[in-house]
Design a protein around this ligand. Sequence first.
Ligand code: HEC
Length: 123
Amino acid sequence: MKKLAYLFAMLFVFSFAFVSCGGEQATDEATGDSLTQEVTETATADFSKGIEVYKAKCQVCHQAEGAGLAGVFPPLKNLKDRQAILDNIKNGKKSANYPAPMVPVPLTEEETNAVADYVMSLK
Ligand code: HEC
């Protein structure tokens, strides 16, 4: 009988661990939503459009939440110059710091502004 209780206890612990893992994954997959929530709470701004553009057009290189990829793609965090971001999107960028240049990303004016606002919010 003791064994059975132990078994149930373990089952409970495992299922709990499983559920919390699943929960984490769900928020990962829905980074957009959780990000929107986080940002909205602190800055009462809605970056949903910018996040959507970022995920579709920038994330493949600059990674989730602008983390970047060491030596290859710069992080997009704590950027101060919004105009430079607009320029980089429109005209691309080639410096000596990275092996490949950034090519221009064709976006509408609205998309460009929305994604620039979002990038400016990344810390
Ligand atoms: C194909 C990969 C790629 C994509 C897609 C891409 N970038 Fe870049 N980006 C780069 C690279 C590489 C650099 C660094 C260029 C250099 O300095 O030579 C860069 C640089 C930048 C910089 C300058 C960073 C700094 O520290 O000054 C900004 C801002 C930027 N990208 C924003 C964006 C945004 C916003 C998008 C989406 C609209 C985007 N990038 C899409 C590859 C990419």
